[in-house]
Design a protein. Structure first.
Lengths: 641, 458
């Protein structure tokens, strides 16, 4: 498919971000608002029941897990959960620290703040809330933000409670951690004013930057989540949940626009062909597959349905990597226990089913314009599956279904559940409403934080000045690259950086530690947040005095992070870095040269020699020392020849 | 209810709750449905449900409120029908199986019979008990239920007369051939009603199961469903006792069926608030119908027998609690006002302040010893009252002639004293009856596991 013209397609897109706030306590109780590092002290098993409205209607979005009779097991962490998370006590008053943060965000986005805030209950029956609902309140309305593509409206800013984190599944049991439940969360939803995939990324990035500017939001994996709403002209609103990475957002929008365009195209073709909705009449066909060469169907109970005049559609490409057949199979997996279906539009040879399908075609009196679909399993289960298949195929004639789709790492999405209706909101009468006084808002307006973007510029300017190498009167050059400076500011470690270079440490070494060593250590599970300024100074001093090799810094930091009371000296000893004396080094070099004397003489060979020496001494002595000693030794070697 | 001032503005604009309104305020305007005022919140605000589903409060000072002329979006309108109760369709009939045991469900009110109006958040009593069952279709696999609702009260509003009324209804159902009776009831005073029915229903040989809920049945996490399902299993079991059936732990794993005279609400909010006092629960009841007997001391079902109602009571009984510094003048006050008997919740083994204290209760009690019964229970809740161990106990029980309430809970002793006073005025007979167990209210011996370390925190 060629490049899409988004204005022609009528692309409309909205972004919703969810960001956890950094507060002392949770939103409705006095529990610590953080992830627990402890082991759970208790497990509580619950079931949720589907609650029918007065008229017997049930919110379709609500069903999901409950309809499957799933048991939810909640892990209790004593510091981070209490009877309120367990749904054994009504909520307390709303955390005003959290409300102030959200009001700040609302003001930054030029929203109207309601004079009285009311907490609502949003029905959620996937077990992620012990109560069966999520508490949420709107604290900002009708704001706006500027993007490089034009203004984008802010529809709602909500303060809500975070749900439990899913920790695993075991058959019919789903495990949840109660520590995350009730952590305050700000939700910002834009109007569908976004017109291009790239703008969607920009909006998500800007919103993230704005909430981080309060410096009162949690950082790290999973603390921010983005959902993207996408529709095109003639399509329907589709919500894409769980886009973790900003750079993937344009891909999701692009693929969804494509998917909707393809579905509209298919709809048109079906109309033209006069396609009639199909009835899922299931036929028992096990006998055809009795001697099947395919393991899938051999000696299994197999059922088939016939879809007249549908040949070719299921192999149509609706996104770059997915066919309509993939899409239908995806619905089957999401809505039933069935793993999948096989249809006559597929490459049947790969299942060794070509012959069997020919027999099937004959038996079911199917023409070449018809599609055959089979599934293996119990009659009841297959009937359910085929009903889902027929429902999805018949939906093609109506158009794009409005639904929630899950973001996949590949940039594709797959069906998750129907889009919930607004019926899910009703008042939380256990929490009194909060009057927002003029004085409170005035104080917030007066103290609006500086945008990280502006702050970044200011810090850059300041650091640039410090890092300039005065070369003559006018030449300005930084001691580190622009790119590295940007990364330091983005990492939020600029204050530490500034302090350390003010103290005279080498900006290059300091920046390497801050923007590459620390993230590396963090990824490998080291508690780097325990490292303080004095730890860095001590280590840098040891380095300066030649008591520590650059290469050993990560190990020493790791040791200190584990036991922050250690001095650099103790940490170095603890990491068992046996420092090499120059004499030892010389010995190693001589031995290596003797063994590999053929390498001496050309540049490449000498590089290999350095590598060989380094293998033996890495982390035990500074590389520059190794290099200079090696140079001396090589020269001597040459001279002696 | 809105303040008089706001109501006047609304009346003037012919606006009522549920109407779509437009509130204009300076350059801002808000549209949505006018919600009823919640019990808390600022007096000057009106509550509006926006099309997003969120409610906000708007200060009406300097605002102009009018009916909106813009039609509400279709999905919002559909919801209004769904939620406002105006078009309440006939509930789907649950198809009960006539071959299942016939059981009566008597709904009295309380959280278990409460429903939140999804639109307003207001809590209402369920009008039709079937609505309750609508969410619990499993019941139809266990019992063939017949439902009615003689009263709709939160349990804190129940009077002793309501216990009598209820006893007669239960007897009527059982004698008409029902296998058992389930009573849905608010939880706060559930154990008083349970005790009352235990004394009132004489010659009982079928199960009478009281059920409440700590989480209202409009939420997915409600305990009402499992409690009712387990209650239905008890109602058709052979445990012919009055008792309560509610969560046995904080998980949704099993319920405890606890004798009506030995049960007490021991937590304000937890699902497993109801605990047996001084004896194990009668049985553990699982969702699946498995009944695990924990206490063999129960009457067996005998469907041929007839239950008799013996509900005459003397309602003028007071339940008092002593504490350091408590003034016994309160006794004279009550006596002057016609109180005919007292249950006094003493400290420890049943102590009250004696003549050593500045305000001696022993003397105040002794003064009425010949005419008014004083039954002593303990505020330790668990354990038995003892009349002899200490000199001070002897002052109360020997000199002042108070009646030791054995291991009865204060609440059970209170109900029992009403019932006993309904039968006799003889002080001797009263003492004898208070010390005789009629409905398992006094256990002759207390098993060690009736108060294990896990007893309160299983």
């Amino acid at each position: 498919m060629s490049e899409l013209d988004y204005s022609k397609l009528g692309l409309k897109c909205g972004i919703e971000i969810h960001q956890q706030l950094e507060t002392q306590h949770k939103l409705f109780c006095m529990c610590r608002s953080r992830f627990s590092e402890a082991k759970p002290s208790l497990e509580v098993a619950r079931k949720l029941r589907v609650v029918a409205g007065e008229t017997g209607e049930i919110d379709i979005a609500a069903l999901g897990e409950v309809a499957k009779g799933v048991e939810f097991v909640y892990r209790v962490y004593p510091e981070e959960s209490c009877l309120i998370e367990l749904d054994e006590e009504p909520p307390g008053n709303m955390n005003s620290e959290a409300l102030d943060i959200v009001l700040t965000v609302a003001e930054m986005l030029k929203c109207e703040v309601p004079e009285e805030i009311h907490v609502m209950r949003k029905t959620v029956l996937d077990g992620s809330n012990t109560s069966g609902f999520q508490r949420t309140s709107v604290a900002g309305l009708r704001g706006k933000m500027k993007t490089s593509f034009g203004e984008v409206g802010i529809e709602n800013i909500c303060l809500e409670e975070e749900s439990c984190q899913i920790m695993g599944r075991d058959g019919n049991r789903v495990f949840y951690g109660l520590d995350r439940l009730g952590i305050p969360l700000v939700e910002i939803g834009t109007s569908p004013d976004i017109r291009t995939p790239e703008q969607a990324r920009e909006v998500a990035e800007m919103l993230g930057m704005i909430v981080r500017s309060t410096e009162k939001v949690k950082r790290g994996l999973g603390t921010i989540r983005q959902d993207v709403n996408v529709s095109i002209e003639g399509g329907a609103r589709v919500e894409i949940k769980g886009a973790q990475e900003l750079r993937m957002i344009p891909k999701f929008v692009e693929n969804e626009a494509l998917r909707q365009a393809s579905l509209i195209e298919i709809k048109k073709d079906l109309h033209k062909a006069g396609f009639k909705p199909v009835k899922p009449k299931v036929v028992h066909v096990s006998h055809i597959f009795k001697d099947s060469e395919s393991k899938i169907t051999k000696d299994k109970t197999t059922y088939a349905i016939l879809v007249p005049d549908f040949a070719g559609y299921l192999k149509r490409q609706i996104t770059p990597t997915r066919t309509l057949g993939n899409e239908v199979a995806n619905y089957v997996r999401a809505k039933s226990e069935m793993k999948g279906i096989i249809h006559s539009d597929e490459e049947l040879e790969k299942y060794k089913l070509t012959k069997d399908f020919e027999k099937l075609r004959h038996e079911m009196k199917a023409g070449h314009g018809d599609t055959l679909i089979i599934a293996v399993g119990e009659e009841k289960a297959v009937e359910k599956t085929m009903a889902i298949v027929a429902e999805r195929i018949n939906q093609l004639v109506v158009g794009v279904p409005t639904e929630v789709r899950k973001a996949l790492d590949t940039g594709e999405t797959e069906y998750m559940r129907p889009l919930p209706g607004a019926a899910r909101l009703y008042p939380e009468t256990d929490v009194p409403p909060i009057r927002i006084t003029h004085a409170r808002l005035a104080a917030i307006r007066k103290n609006l934080p500086e945008l990280l973007e502006d702050k970044g510029k200011r810090i850059t300017l300041n650091l640039t000045e410090k890092l300039q190498i005065k070369d003559g009167a006018s030449v300005k050059k930084l001691k580190i690259s622009d790119e590295i400076l940007k990364q330091i500011i983005k990492s939020g470690k600029h204050k530490l950086f500034e302090k350390l270079i003010d103290d005279g440490y080498d900006p290059k070494i300091v920046s390497t530690i801050l923007i590459s060593t620390l993230p590396y250590l963090k990824r490998s599970g080291v508690a780097v947040e325990k490292l303080e300024e004095h730890h860095f100074s001590e280590i840098l001093n040891k380095l300066k005095d030649g008591k520590l090799a650059k290469e050993a810094i990560p190990d020493v930091l790791k040791a200190i992070a584990k036991e922050p009371e250690l001095s650099a000296e103790q940490a170095i000893r603890k990491t068992k870095i046996i420092e090499l004396t120059i004499e030892d080094l010389k010995l190693i070099i001589i031995k290596t040269l003797d063994k590999n004397s053929e390498l001496i003489g050309d540049e490449r060979g000498e590089k290999i020699l350095l590598g060989l020496v380094m293998q033996q001494v890495r982390g035990k002595i500074d590389t520059t020392v190794v290099m200079s000693e090696l140079r001396i030794a090589i020269n001597k070697h040459k001279e002696s020849k | 209810m809105y303040s008089h001032e706001i109501q006047k503005i609304l009346d003037h604009g012919k606006i009522s709750v549920g109407d779509r309104i437009l509130v204009e305020k300076g350059s801002k305007s808000y549209e949505g449905l006018l919600m009823p005022k919640t019990s808390h919140g600022d007096e000057k605000t009106v509550l509006v449900k926006l099309d997003s589903g969120y409610n906000i409060g708007i200060d009406i000072t300097d605002a102009n409120i009018s009916r909106s002329h813009i039609r509400e979006p279709k999905d919002v309108a559909d919801e209004a029908k769904y939620e406002f109760g105006r078009t309440s369709k006939e509930l789907l009939e649950i198809a009960f199986d006539a071959n299942k045991p016939h059981v009566a469900l008597i709904s009295t009110g309380g959280t278990i019979a409460s429903r939140v109006d999804y639109r307003t958040g207001g809590v209402y009593a369920v009008e039709n008990p079937k609505e309750l069952l609508h969410n619990i279709p499993e019941l139809s696999h266990i019992v063939n239920l017949e439902m009615f609702s003689p009263m709709k009260k939160m349990s804190e509003d129940l009077d002793p007369e309501d216990w009598q009324h209820l006893a007669r209804e239960v007897a009527k159902e059982l004698n008409a051939g029902k296998k058992g009776v389930i009573i849905t009831h608010g939880t706060d005073t559930l154990h008083y009603t349970a005790a009352a029915l235990s004394f009132f229903l004489q010659n009982l040989h079928k199960p009478v199961v009281l059920v409440g809920a700590q989480r209202s049945s409009d939420r997915g996490s409600s305990d009402a469903g499992m409690n009712l399902i387990c209650a239905a299993h008890v109602a058709v079991s052979d445990i012919a006792e009055v008792g309560t059936c509610m969560h046995g732990s904080t998980s949704d794993d099993y319920c405890h069926f606890i004798r009506g005279t030995k049960v007490r609400k021991m937590h304000t909010t937890r699902r497993d608030a109801f605990r047996p006092i001084n004896e194990p629960a009668l049985a553990k009841i699982y969702h699946s119908g498995r009944v695990e007997i924990l206490n063999k001391n129960y009457r067996k079902r005998d469907d041929k027998k007839h239950v008799e109602v013996d509900a005459k009571i003397e309602p003028e009984v007071a339940l008092l609690k002593v504490y350091p510094g408590a003034d016994p003048k309160v006794i004279d006050f009550h006596v002057k006002n016609g109180v005919k008997g007292f249950v006094i919740e003493g400290t420890g083994m049943g102590h009250v302040p004696t003549d050593v204290a500045k305000k001696p209760w022993t003397l105040a009690i002794g003064k009425h010893a010949e005419t008014i019964p004083f039954v002593i229970t303990s505020q330790t809740i668990f354990g038995r009252v003892n009349p002899y161990v200490y000199t001070n106990l002897r002052k109360l029980f020997t000199e002042a002639k108070a009646i030791p309430g054995e291991d009865m809970t204060s609440e059970t002793a209170y109900v029992k004293l009403m019932w006993v006073l309904g039968k006799t005025k003889s002080m001797e007979k009263i003492r004898e009856m208070m010390l005789t167990s009629y409905a398992g209210e006094i256990t002759p011996r207390t098993q060690a596991d009736a108060f294990s370390a896990e007893g309160l925190n299983e």
